[in-house]
Design a protein around this ligand. Sequence first.
Ligand code: NAD
Length: 385
Amino acid sequence: MTPFVFNTTHCILFRFGAAKEIARHAGVLLGPKVLVVTDPGLRRAGLADPAVGALAAAGHEVTVFDQIEADPSVATVIATVDAGRGAGVTGVIGFGGGSSLDVAKVASLLLGTDQTLDEAWGIGNARGPRLPLVLVPTTAGTGSEVTPVAILTVGGAEKRGISSAILLPDIALLDAELTLSLPASITAATGVDAMVHAIEAYASANANNNPLSRLLAREALRLLGANIETAVMDGTNGPAREAMLLGAMLAGQAFANSPVAAVHALAYPLGGLFHIPHGLSNALVLTSVLRFNLPLAAATYAEIAADAFPHLAEVPDEARALAFVAALEALIGRLQMPRRLRDLNIPADALPRMAADAMKQQRLLVNNPRPVTEADALAIYTEAW
Ligand code: NAD
């Protein structure tokens, strides 16, 4: 068997309503002074209030930094670190979607080490130590609570990553109650993001693609495929929300150890240049990238097709991968997501710049089952336009 390494979050706590009990689960770990990293929308909605209240009631001094924007910038990370340093915090909680969780990861690192951000970019360069870190996802999408990755926006347009096991939190606290308020459009986009994680992890050309990741990716696709429409149409459906949160986490564990590829590489310029939400960016290029990959990945896609869409088990092997791509296209339509790049007012003359930017994501492109040149990227964008 091919050797592999599999890292994941040390403690995963999955329970409806668990955020209210965060002081009991994580108080000792976090220490007396806690930094809560979140975004302004969640703050206004009061989503973190029960957790913050529970920590304060247990005697912790809590500083809430609520200025995290989507696709967070380096400046935001620095402001977060300044807030934490000013308050002399002993532990960090990331509370929100992937944007807040990623900033919390990097802040916990920079608050705990004398390494600089510039020394930490890339794979395996962040050494730590970091402050104690607890991540509480409020979207069912990125799986950031179980990945060693943090993605920041550099210079206004480029998405750049830090990937190092030191960024895996001490505790991932998954409370589906927090996702009941997620609007339908964000539920759809983040849910498709999670499905992309599972698909790309399963088919990853990375040398560390491993049996655990493939197992987790298939279970993730089963949960996400069976529940995404219910979660979008009926947001207060607790069981569907739990299945989505679990599915997104399993997909996160899968791709944390069998990394994603060209869908993500081609999605990043959409976020960087046009500020299109991460999940929607993935959805916009997903089927065009999979169709491009079919000559080399059809057998792989055929293996997972019926996990996401059980009716595809009836389709003959040789036609199943194409049917999988069509089923994903139909699902994205039923979720009422924008379908084409032009629907988001992306000008056709921006496509060459996007293709050039996508080429900077070699960290991801090397994992694609089929090599992607700049001309291929342009052709994929043109098809998706
Ligand atoms: P996000 O964190 O940017 O949040 C999107 C919006 O959803 C925000 O306006 C937020 O207020 C709102 N929101 C979040 N939870 C809510 C809730 N429960 N109720 C109501 N509104 C809610 O979105 P995201 O898709 O979770 O994260 C995207 C970011 O994660 C990107 O920067 C992306 O690059 C990064 N990412 C990281 C990893 C990783 O492994 N670290 C993986 C994939 C993506």
